[in-house]
Write a protein that binds this ligand. Structure first.
Ligand SMILES: [Zn+2]
Length: 274
């Protein structure tokens, strides 16, 4: 599942392969941008912010005069199953059926194909600002600000910590895996209100630390042990590695946006009678 560390690694792969390269042809398969032609543009920068991926593309090489289109940014998010894959130009695309393809960017040597993207849009720089302004501090960003993340979380003190951690407007980069794992590591039941979490700063610092530790590796580890990498995520019904109690799983969250949450009732007691 793509979380901040996944997007970070994806951005790095794209940086290595397409930054500085010219787009030979493009095919955006979302209705709003289906007629947009990016060919001739050169990718000036690829970067990740939280769970968002931005590809900035400079002016076409042939200058069309004062009305030439300025820089545009291709913005994508991956949600649960999306990804960008790099295929050698001319080779068959192999990461999913054609109807799941949302974007094709053909360069001389490689072709970048966006599969199952949750969101794909072409932005002007002002549109980019609107997107990034809605995001809280990026856990893997150079300008990470833990104090601001805590302040943001406390704006809705009655909200559950599990939900609040997923809100990219509070801090950017946490998905469902880290949400469950961070709550376990903090020994906090995910349904606890933000106001009741005693060491919110410690939890936020731990989030930063975990994403930093995992940003360069494919296998996500939160336990420090490669053989049993995660404490609770997708371990419902199985014994807790710390105390042996059965891990529980339930949906949690705002109506219509519920997400699965895993926790150990003994390590993370919810305060209700057993
Ligand atoms: Zn336990």
């Amino acid at each position: 599942m793509p979380e901040g560390d996944t997007i970070y690694r994806l951005a790095r792969r794209l940086q290595d392969s397409v930054e500085g390269q010219q787009i030979l042809s493009s095919d955006l398969r979302v209705p709003r941008f289906a007629t947009v032609d990016l060919s001739g543009r050169r990718v000036s920068e690829v970067r990740a912010a939280g769970k968002h991926l931005f590809m900035a593309m400079g002016l076409p090489v042939v200058d069309e005069g004062p009305l030439a289109p300025a820089e545009v940014i291709l913005h994508s998010t991956l949600a649960m199953e999306g990804t960008w894959r790099l295929h050698p130009t001319g080779a068959r695309f192999s990461a999913g059926p054609a109807h799941q393809i949302r974007a094709i960017l053909r360069f001389r040597d490689v072709t970048a194909v966006g599969y199952r993207l949750a969101r794909l849009e072409v932005l002007r720089p002002t549109g980019l600002t609107q997107v990034t302004q809605r995001l809280g501090p990026d856990l893997l960003g150079a300008d990470w600000d833990a104090g601001l993340a805590v302040t943001n979380l406390l704006r809705q003190p009655q909200r559950s910590i599990g939900d609040a951690l997923l809100d990219q407007g509070n801090l950017a980069g946490i998905g469902n895996v880290y949400k469950s794992e961070l709550c376990f590591r903090a020994r906090v039941w995910p349904g606890t209100s933000v106001a009741e979490v005693t060491d919110l700063r410690g939890l936020v610092d731990d989030a930063r630390q975990l994403l930093l530790e995992n940003r360069d590796t494919v296998k996500r580890v939160t336990t420090g042990d490669q053989r049993r990498p995660l404490w609770v995520y997708r371990r419902g019904g199985r014994p807790c590695y710390r105390c042996g109690h059965t891990i529980r799983v339930e949906t949690q969250g705002d109506a219509g946006r519920e997400r699965w949450t895993w926790w150990c009732p003994r390590c993370q007691p919810d305060g209700s009678p057993a």
